[in-house]
Design a protein around this ligand. Structure first.
Ligand SMILES: [Zn+2]
Ligand SMILES: [Zn+2]
Length: 374
């Protein structure tokens, strides 16, 4: 019998009931807003079907609003304490030292709105400064329509309406690959409705075209787009790092099914790197080399099922092989389906690791938070 304590005492802090203020000084805070797969947990099919055995994980997640099995689409928030020691040669957006904590969001998928409602008030988040997009699948981008609700806002008196209204105080800085940006503009993806077909007003050029064509003016997000990786050039092994309000992010290419590339991110101090690897099936050699070279303290990685293989995502068996090679100090799983039950994860982990092997692998859950020095 192997034994793996999967409780995260000493590894993380939890987003508690009631309110937490925004971190004022000291370390930055990293929060996993979503740790589920695209279908989320509870999986809707498990709630409505009448045939077959009951899915206990989904039923428990549906019944218990505090369940650690309640999982939205993969997403991460960094409440970043800007450091003045970051590399000044990097492309820099905003001033690192203008007004304290920067809220940097990674992906905004289908469940983004509920993640905001569940966690932003408790975390003291009053607005988003930046959005980093890993790839253009629905579970990473379809929530960007709700960015309009997480802008910093300035109140003004509308005399005609006789009430206080709000306007966007500053744009959100968004970072993505060339391929994601092109698909946002609707110029590449002809098989599926592109983001611009659904949200044309989120692309500045399309906004102007719409207004010129006599469309009514809408209250929409103001987003400044930055292309930070040229994935269309498949000969590039490693894209250059970029800076988000002084936080240096090293993008890494990950194969997310066939030839489709999703971006992962390495960041943090050299002796305690953090790897955010949300959607991956295979690491190309240059990416694996970067992971092997890095001194990774915390690896956050895709794990769809326990042992069943999938074409576009890793399963826990594959994650275990990566952990054995890369040797991060601790590993936290995201992108998990109802295959994972928080209450019985020890047994699942025992089934895929060797006896006596301690790889420090833990299940993430929505709202898990880490104090990190960045
Ligand atoms: Zn289920
Ligand atoms: Zn995906």
């Amino acid at each position: 019998m192997c034994k793996h304590a999967h409780t995260c005492a000493n590894m993380c802090t939890h987003v508690k009931q009631g309110s937490m203020s925004s971190p004022k000084k000291g370390p930055s805070r990293l929060v996993l807003l979503g740790t589920g797969a695209s279908s989320s947990v509870p999986n809707l099919a498990c709630l409505i079907r009448t045939e077959g055995p009951e899915c206990t994980v989904c039923q428990e997640a549906a019944r218990n609003p505090l369940s650690r099995n309640l999982r939205g689409n993969p997403s991460m928030l960094i409440q970043y304490q800007p450091s003045l020691t970051s590399n000044l040669d990097l492309v820099r957006v905003g001033n690192a030292d203008d007004d304290g904590v920067k809220n940097i969001l990674f992906d905004a998928g289908k469940t983004f709105a509920s993640a905001v409602a569940r966690f932003f008030p408790k975390l003291g988040v009053t607005g988003i400064d930046a959005l980093v997009i890993s790839h253009d699948h629905a579970d990473a981008v379809l929530g960007i329509d709700d960015l309009r609700s997480v802008h910093y806002l300035t109140p003004y008196e509308d005399e005609k309406a006789g009430r206080t209204k709000y306007e966007v105080a500053k744009p959100i800085e968004a970072f993505c690959s060339d391929e994601t940006f092109e698909r946002m503009q609707g110029s590449v993806n002809v098989c599926l409705p592109s983001t611009s077909a659904v949200f044309p007003y989120l692309i500045p050029k399309k906004q102007i075209e719409a207004i010129n064509a006599g469309e009514p003016k809408r209250f929409v997000s103001r987003i400044n787009w930055h292309v930070v990786a040229n994935l269309s050039d498949r000969d590039i092994d490693v894209d250059p790092p970029f800076s988000v309000f002084g936080l240096e992010l090293q993008p890494v290419r990950m194969m997310h099914g066939g030839s489709y590339i999703c971006l992962g991110f390495l960041f943090g101090p050299k002796d305690a790197r953090i790897a955010y690897l949300s959607d991956v099936k295979v690491f190309p050699k240059p990416t694996m080399d970067l992971l092997l070279e890095a001194n990774i303290d915390l690896m956050i990685i895709d794990s769809l099922y326990i042992s069943e293989e999938h074409d576009t995502h890793m399963c826990l068996t594959e994650v275990v092989q990566v952990v054995r090679r890369v040797k991060p100090k601790r590993t936290v799983l995201v992108g998990m389906t109802h295959d994972f039950d928080y209450n019985t994860f020890d047994q699942a982990l025992c089934s895929v690791v060797d006896d006596g092997e301690d790889l420090n692998i833990h299940m993430g859950y929505d709202g898990i938070s880490f104090d990190v020095e960045l």
